[in-house]
Write a protein that binds this ligand. Structure first.
Ligand SMILES: [Zn+2]
Length: 398
């Protein structure tokens, strides 16, 4: 039990100034902003923008080189070249996952992400080592961030003997989601991969999250197949398709019927809003009722030297990618990095309502649009307690 305290003079979503009472880590009352003198227990919101905390819906912490000496990207041109290059680099890196992933995790929390989905590699070469390290990391930071894991067959599932058994063992360890990867492009056997993934998810009652890079009509056909499996195995509202570039490559008239199925089945899409390739059409999908959320994907790893773990920056990249200029469009980009992510990950969306956890950000800007465009330094609160400011976690555990 903690002493009740008022969060004074804040503007939820940029609207009229209010005070909110925080008790036992939750919002319990709200009132118009009072002009009474601040009490010692009050949090002075300084008329700042109040928003929910950010949601990182797709990241690979276990593979990051965050905090390591700079390593020029050495991958060949194809997806398979990138996978082989990463295997080589992960063999060479001596810094443990706890150190690299822990440093990046602290950075993400400090920038305001308090909910996260992390894909974790399994591979017959190193077994469940990454899963076990990430589970330990999750325990270490449990009071600061809600972190869920996806077991991810990066080097193939059906085409890589031994991987299926490891995925089953990861489920037994408590990993929340079954991952998949290009059922056609990597495994050359879409039915076998999706059969395995959905049967495993159904048996352990878990979610599904599939990386789909396969392009054009081949990609769209697999999305329709994933929708079939979602229905057949009753995984409605628990399936995510990550990337789905194909949805941005085909005419909307061809994409729309599939998008309507995604909306009806509660299948979410995750995009990192990349600049170099087709991206699912954000506004058209949103209008069709498809839940689109955002993720960083790889941050400073063997795939990409880019990324800083700031989901506000990811919202800006989405806005930049789709030329979102109106305030309501920028607010939609902010939603993709907050409530849409929570919905996709199966958490109650934080909307700063009474009764909800007091996980929030304070930013010295006027509106959500200005926050997305300017990505200001921010104060990060978890359960009503200040945990980060100025881009730094107050209590580093490294
Ligand atoms: Zn990924």
């Amino acid at each position: 039990m903690t002493q009740p305290r008022w969060l004074r003079n804040v503007r939820p979503y940029g609207l009229t100034a209010e005070d909110l009472l925080i008790e036992n880590g939750r919002f319990t009352q709200r009132r118009p902003a009072s002009t009474n003198e601040l009490l010692a227990t009050d949090i002075d919101g300084q008329n700042h923008l109040l928003t929910p905390a950010l949601v990182e819906s797709h990241v690979h912490l276990d593979k990051t080189l965050w905090g390591q000496p700079w390593r020029p990207n050495s991958a060949g041109p194809t997806l398979k070249d990138y996978i082989a290059n990463e295997r080589r680099i992960l063999r060479e890196v001596t810094s443990p996952i706890a150190q690299r992933a822990g440093a990046l995790l602290e950075n993400c929390i400090a920038r305001g992400s308090l909910t996260m989905r992390c894909h974790v590699d399994i591979d017959p070469e190193f077994g469940l080592r990454h899963v076990e390290a990430m589970q330990q990391l999750r325990e270490k930071y449990r009071d600061l961030i809600d972190l869920q894991l996806v077991v991810f067959p990066q080097t193939g599932l059906i085409s890589r003997p031994g991987t299926a058994q490891l995925m089953r063992e990861a489920m037994a360890l408590g990993v929340e989601n079954v991952g998949g990867l290009d059922p056609c492009g990597i495994d050359n056997d879409p039915v076998a991969q999706l059969d395995f993934v959905f049967k495993l998810a159904s048996e352990f009652d878990r979610g599904v999250d599939i990386h789909l890079h396969d392009k054009g009509e081949l990609g769209l056909w697999q999305i329709a197949l994933i929708a079939d499996y979602t229905e057949r195995f009753s995984r409605q509202n628990r399936v995510m398709i990550s990337h789905a570039y194909c949805l941005g490559m085909l005419p909307w008239s061809q994409v729309k019927p599939v998008a309507e199925r995604l909306a009806a089945l509660g299948i979410s899409l995750m995009s990192s809003a990349p600049a170099d390739c087709a991206v699912p059409p954000f506004l058209a999908l949103r209008e069709t009722g498809v839940n689109v959320c955002l993720g960083s994907d790889g941050i400073r790893d063997a795939w990409s030297p880019m990324g800083n773990g700031d989901m506000l920056e990811r919202a800006m990249l989405l806005a930049f990618r789709f030329d979102l200029n109106k305030d309501e469009e920028l607010a939609a980009a902010f939603e993709a990095a907050t409530v849409n992510g929570a919905q996709a990950l199966g958490y109650e969306a934080n909307r700063l309502e009474i009764g909800q956890p007091a996980d929030f950000l304070l930013m010295p800007v006027q509106t959500l649009g200005e926050a997305v465009v300017s990505r200001p330094l921010r104060q990060v609160y978890r359960a009503g307690q200040l945990i980060a400011a100025g881009g730094r976690l107050l209590d580093s555990r490294l």
